[in-house]
Design a binder for this molecule. Structure first.
Ligand code: ATP
Ligand code: MG
Length: 263
């Protein structure tokens, strides 16, 4: 469903600030794969999402989504295939529009702007979808999005990103700004939506426990490349301590390699 082959991206090339953010990055996800991504600040996680979403073009390599080569496709065109949620609950929805209008925009590609009335059928569908969040939002469809709490907004944003099933769902620390209980709830909703609809998903998290509990694969990014790709029995056997130990070992080896290079 998603393939990146040998993708690289360097910011400020040829200057003192040069930063190789993605380095010969390759990854293949099968349809329905749900991979979590962990890695230190600056490892290249968000950059990977920007490359997939087409925020800018990569320096080299090839990206395909559902067999289609999107390497040189515009961000707007790719947006039709990709659902993306950010850490900031303020992003991803319009605060001055109601919940219902936001959902209508995500569902009907904005045609409600021409005909402001939302059909009864769509309204019923939105109500049922909202009810599944168990946040009581189905009875508040006419309130402005901006008046919701961060957790409520992230939950609605998740619905918006998946109302029309995307080929790829990109979640960038989408629960990081939420209190622990709300974060847990939004994660449970994420799991339910992604698994019941078999949406191919990448989820960045700094929560090691979530990185093992959610999905079927865990990727550790380091220095713009995949340092660990855990799946199957190896992943099933890991607990948080085990993964942290692997992480440290990986970091240690990198340090040792540096030492060899420098000696
Ligand atoms: N648009 C940009 N211009 C210049 N440098 C950038 C840009 N985007 C990312 N970088 C650099 O690329 C590197 C990777 O950044 P990225 O945002 O991908 O990290 P991350 O793994 O998402 O980290 P975090 O956990 O802090 O979100 C960093 O050194 C960052 O400063
Ligand atoms: Mg990031």
């Amino acid at each position: 469903m998603l393939t990146l082959k040998n993708v690289s991206k360097t910011f400020y090339p040829g200057t003192a600030n040069e930063k190789k953010a993605l380095s010969h990055f390759s990854l293949h996800l099968d349809p329905g794969d749900f991979a979590t991504i962990i890695g230190s600040n600056g490892a290249g996680k968000t950059t990977l999402f920007n490359a997939i979403a087409g925020v800018w073009l990569t320096d080299e390599g090839k990206i395909t989504i559902d067999g289609e080569d999107v390497t040189f496709m515009s961000e707007t065109k790719r947006a039709r295939m990709i659902g993306r949620i950010f850490q900031d609950p303020m992003k991803g929805s319009s605060p001055s529009l109601t919940i219902e209008e936001n959902l209508a925009m995500a569902y009907g590609s904005g045609h409600h702007l021409l005909s402001p009335a939302i059909s009864r059928k769509d309204e019923q569908f939105f109500r049922e979808t909202l009810a599944r969040l168990e946040m009581g939002l189905e009875d508040r469809m006419k309130v402005k999005m901006g008046t919701l709490s961060g957790g409520q907004r992230q939950a609605v944003t998740l619905l918006m990103a998946t109302l029309v099933t995307p080929k790829i769902l990109l979640l960038d620390e989408h629960t990081a700004a939420l209190d622990p209980l709300t974060a847990e709830k939004v994660l449970a909703i994420t799991k339910e939506i992604v698994e019941s609809r078999r949406i191919t998903t990448l989820m960045i998290t700094h929560n090691i426990a979530s990185s093992l509990e959610m999905g079927n694969r865990t990727l550790l990014l380091d220095d713009g490349a995949i340092a660990l790709d855990l799946q199957g029995d190896e992943r099933d056997a890991l607990d948080v301590e085990g993964l942290l130990a692997l992480y440290r070992k990986q970091k240690g080896q990198a340090l040792d390699n540096d030492r060899i290079l420098l000696s």
